[in-house]
Write a protein that binds this ligand. Structure first.
Ligand SMILES: [Zn+2]
Ligand SMILES: [Zn+2]
Length: 120
C-alpha cells in the first residue's frame, strides 16, 4: 500500500476517510487518532462528539428507565397488597406481585447499565 500524496510505503490509515498515509502525512488528532488532514480531524472530532452525545443520552434514558421500573414495581407491589386485603382473588394477587418483581428486576438491570456507563 502506497501513500496517496507521496510515493512512500504507507504505514498508517486515516481513521476518518481510510486513506493510506506515510510517516510524513500521518497526523494525530486531538483524540490520538491517525488522520490525513485538518478536514478529517474536524470531521472525526464531530463524529466523536455526536457519539459521546448519543452515549450520554442512552445513559440518561437507562437512568430514567431504572426510575420508572422502580416506580412501576412499587405501584404493582402496592396493588398486590391492596388486592390481598380488599380483593382476595389469588390470580390478581399473584399477577400484581409478579409484575412488581419483574419491574423491580428490570429497575436493577437498568440501574446497572447506568452505573456501568458512568464507570462507577
Ligand atoms: Zn482522512
Ligand atoms: Zn505521504
Amino acid at each position: 500500500m502506497k501513500c496517496v500524496a507521496h510515493n512512500h510505503e504507507a504505514n498508517a490509515v486515516c481513521t476518518h476517510c481510510g486513506r493510506a498515509l506515510c510517516a510524513d502525512c500521518a497526523k494525530l488528532s486531538a483524540s490520538q487518532r491517525m488522520i490525513c488532514s485538518e478536514t478529517c480531524a474536524i470531521a472525526l472530532t464531530r463524529n466523536e462528539q455526536a457519539l459521546a452525545m448519543i452515549l450520554q443520552k442512552s445513559f440518561q434514558s437507562a437512568r430514567a428507565s431504572a426510575f420508572y421500573s422502580y416506580l412501576c414495581g412499587g405501584l404493582s407491589a402496592a396493588g398486590a397488597v391492596g388486592a390481598y386485603y380488599y380483593l382476595p382473588v389469588p390470580f390478581l394477587v399473584w399477577f400484581t406481585s409478579g409484575c412488581s418483581v419483574v419491574f423491580l428486576a428490570s429497575g436493577i438491570w437498568y440501574g446497572r447499565i447506568a452505573k456501568k456507563q458512568t464507570g462507577e
